[in-house]
Design a protein around this ligand. Structure first.
Ligand code: DSN
Length: 451
């Protein structure tokens, strides 16, 4: 018996992915081998505990699988300890708090609005509710020049004043390389654990296209589905420096993941992660990682040559952060996201370091090259994609986000931001030029099959 409704949705999603070009920098295409093992018989098994220490029987194959996965992670990233059970990045990060802090302890991380992550201490996240965060931002001056955007003097001042137990380094919207050594100097000065969240750049690190934090930090967390190109999952690794600071850190991480936070691991995901780690250790993955960066650089240049302002002056990794305020006004990310979606280019609106609007209506867009590079796209295609983005943005110049919402619902009829955006969407859907661009994007996308 076939569940037609779900089957049709799967087919529609397949068509969307094939006919469009994915530019969200945290997305990618897992290989068909990864997807195959995800639906293997491992999906049926319960295996609470760790290899050789399970609560249920019948785990001899799961044990072998999980040990293999741990070994592959350890070898690829050069660490002595890996836990491969976290369900995804947020639980992995929460497990790090559980392993290193007590509720109420002071922690530090990059603010979400400055490109960090919710789990680095945002007030709506469990990490900001159960711990006491002091967050750092990026520099606000000269952010469109290619330089290091962290204000280390300010981070050091905060650390010395508040004495955090745990400091996070890592971001979801930062286009440059990280100087992990400088963060380590600060963490070491105040005796804090330093955890690198490498979710975005894990594949670049594995492929040698981005520096590794391993010599400098105590703990590394990563999702496995971004540049690493595996299934949706996560890992927590402890470095030699981490074990030197606390020889029981690995055990503490294990206990935090299970039974601290989770029940049975998703063994089919462990199988998928194992395959992804195998793939990431092949010479072809080095080429892939290098090409991601080359593509990012060419895409950045195309956009800056076309008059757009890029945070960091461009990109040194897989990601670009564009400030649209000078061309479309403050809060205009939503226009670009929606119009580009209509032509088959998927990206997301995002705040920029010198944001003049709000996280709900940010002035920038975030995009990147991991997924398109997985399809085999290179510099030539990046120039095409950049050209399309410029063409679409040019069509949006007549639109401006209304200043602010009218005070009452009655007064807002037809005048509020939501109404304005709904009208904008309607006009975009009817726009003949966008329809013509959509055909060009689709033609290119179909030349580069997805795995
Ligand atoms: N949602 C991820 C991203 O898009 O960067 C972070 O968790």
């Amino acid at each position: 018996m076939k569940d037609i409704k779900i089957y049709n949705l799967v087919r529609k999603e397949e068509k969307r992915q094939k006919e469009g070009i994915e530019l969200i920098p945290s997305e990618n295409y897992a290989s068909s081998e990864v997807r195959k093992v995800l639906s293997s018989y491992f999906v049926n098994k319960y295996s609470e505990g760790y290899p050789k220490k399970r609560y249920y029987g019948g785990n001899e194959n799961v044990d072998e699988l999980e040990i293999l996965c741990q070994e592959r992670a350890k070898k690829l990233f050069g660490v002595p300890f890996a836990n491969v059970q976290p369900y995804s990045g947020s639980p992995a990060n929460l497990a790090v708090y559980l392993a290193t802090c007590k509720p109420g302890d002071v922690v530090m991380g990059q603010a979400l609005i400055a490109g960090g992550h919710l789990t680095h201490g945002h007030s709506v996240s469990a990490t900001g509710i159960f711990y006491k965060p002091f967050q750092y931002s990026l520099k606000k001056d000269n952010v469109y020049k290619n330089n290091d955007l962290f204000d280390y003097a300010e981070i050091r001042r905060l650390a010395k004043e508040h004495k955090p137990k745990l400091i996070w380094v890592g971001a979801t919207a930062y286009p440059l390389k990280f100087n992990y050594k400088k963060f380590a100097e600060i963490a070491d000065e105040v005796g804090a654990y330093l955890a690198a969240d490498i979710a975005h750049v894990a594949g670049l690190i594995a492929g040698g296209a981005h520096p590794s934090p391993v010599p400098y930090v105590h703990i590394v967390t990563t999702t496995t589905h971004k540049t690493l190109r595996g299934p949706r999952g996560a890992m927590i690794m402890v470095t030699n420096k981490g074990l030197k600071k606390d020889p029981e850190l690995g055990d503490k991480v294990n206990k935090a993941v299970f039974p601290g936070l989770q029940g049975g691991p998703h063994d089919n995901t462990t199988a998928g992660i194992s395959v992804a780690l195998f793939e990431a250790s092949q010479p072809s993955f080095k080429k892939y990682a290098a090409q991601i960066v080359k593509n990012s650089v060419v895409l950045s240049k195309t956009l800056t040559d076309g008059g757009l302002k890029l945070v960091g002056g461009g990109s040194e990794n897989h990601l670009l952060l564009v400030n649209l305020a000078s061309v479309l006004g403050d809060g205009s990310g939503v226009f670009a996201q929606k119009a580009l979606d209509l032509v088959g280019l998927t990206l997301n609106k995002n705040t920029v370091p010198d944001e003049m609007s709000s996280p709900f209506y940010p002035s920038g867009v975030r995009l990147g090259t991991p997924a398109s590079t997985s399809r085999g796209m290179k510099e030539k295609e990046m120039k095409f994609i950049g050209g399309v983005i410029l063409e679409v943005i040019d069509l949006l110049k007549a639109y401006r986000l209304p200043e602010k919402e009218p005070a009452s619902a009655k007064a807002s009829a037809g005048k509020g931001r939501k109404d304005y955006i709904a009208k904008f969407e309607k006009e975009m859907m009817a726009n003949k030029k966008l329809k013509e661009i959509r055909l060009r994007v689709k033609k290119l996308a179909l030349r580069f099959p997805i795995p």
